[in-house]
Design a protein around this ligand. Structure first.
Ligand SMILES: Cc1ncc(COP(=O)(O)O)c(C=O)c1O
Length: 340
């Protein structure tokens, strides 16, 4: 029996129907601008995010890094949450690629306040790096898969604009947020100057993200993507998977959220302390998390320790109800081993 893989929502394999769509896709050369499937995906995701244009990228990291490059100049400062993905997990790319420094703002559950943004922008002064960009992440990954209130998103953008900052939304899981909030994606994310969306997380495509924004920004972003080596030729094969995901895998994100809640409740019954999940990420306090990770793996459950006594479990397309049950059984076993 294959393990229940809760390490990330990036681990999903393309479904048979998705593979069929990929092989049927009309292809061209996307660097030359004539892959019809990529063009269709870019038009579709631009419309769904309420932006003018979009750029298909190999990863969410590249989409975020292109956004940072577009909105800043070397020597600038970028404001973001102290939990933000570009700071923790993008290999120092903002410093290397754009030559900017990062200013981390305090958060509650991965969410900044508008006041923190206003306070975080330092006055023009010869000593200071000028702030030029605010990055927001929704849902917040390290924050626990939390969903920003629409009013908070509006307040963050307003605070940024009042201080002449451009705004970028890291929307790797923005569809999870929209589904959980019961709101239209475009209404939530259309207010940002740029938005990155991942197709290879909860949506279940094998590869690919998009950066969405104005015609002018995306035209410039296309050159940055080329510079970073992100120009892909018959990329329609991958864009077809993303289009299939948009057609078939958006509403079902609610199933992942439901399973995350079932998992969290089951873990609480087993005596674990768990943060009630808002979407598909479950953070649980686990004694000796590194050893627990190994123990669980030998019991058919894969998950990452995210701290000395914390693990993250992620529900997705390839985790069913039986997988949640098996996970609870394995955690029950770990509890009795760890308490000896
Ligand atoms: C919030 C967030 N942003 C960006 C990324 C980067 O995506 P990728 O792995 O496609 O580079 C991730 C990846 O997990 C993420 O969780």
């Amino acid at each position: 029996m294959s393990p229940v893989d809760l390490r990330s929502d990036t681990v999903t394999r393309p479904t048979p129907a998705m593979k069929t769509a990929m092989f049927a896709a009309p292809l061209g050369d996307d660097v030359l601008g004539d892959d019809p499937t990529v063009l269709a995906l870019e038009a579709r995701i631009a419309a769904e995010t309420g932006q003018q244009a979009a750029l298909f990228t190999p990863s969410g990291t590249m989409a975020n890094q292109i956004a940072i490059a577009l909105h800043t100049r070397p020597g600038d400062e970028v404001l973001m949450a102290d939990t933000a993905h570009p700071y923790h997990y993008e290999a120092g790319g903002a410093a290397m690629i754009s030559g900017v420094q990062t200013r981390l703002l305090p958060t509650t559950n991965g969410q900044m306040s508008a006041e923190a943004v206003a306070l975080g922008v330092r006055k023009p002064d010869v000593h200071h790096a000028p702030a030029s960009l605010l990055c927001v992440e929704d849902t917040s990954n390290k924050g626990g898969g939390t969903v920003h209130d629409d009013a908070l998103l509006a307040a963050l953008v307003a605070a940024a604009k009042a201080n002449n900052l451009a705004t970028h939304l890291d929307g790797a899981r923005a569809y999870n947020a929209a589904v959980a909030a019961g709101e239209l994606l475009a209404n939530r994310v259309g207010r940002f100057d740029t938005v990155s969306i991942c197709f290879s997380k909860g949506l279940g495509a094998p590869v690919g993200s998009a950066l969405c924004g104005s015609h002018e920004l995306i035209a410039r972003g296309r050159r940055v993507r080329k510079m970073l080596g992100g120009g892909m030729r018959q990329a329609g094969l991958l864009a077809a998977a993303a289009l299939h995901a948009l057609d078939h895998h958006v509403e079902r994100l609610a199933d992942d959220h439901k399973r995350a809640r079932t998992l969290a409740m089951g873990l609480m019954v087993e005596g674990y302390t768990v943060r009630t999940p808002q979407t598909n990420l479950v953070y649980v306090d686990v004694p000796k998390a590194a050893q627990a990770q190994d123990f669980l793996a030998t019991h058919g459950v894969l998950a990452f320790a995210t701290g000395p006594s914390q693990m993250r479990l992620v529900t997705h397309l390839d985790v069913d109800d039986a997988g949640i049950e098996r996970t609870l059984v394995a955690f029950r076993a770990w509890r009795s081993v760890a308490s000896q």
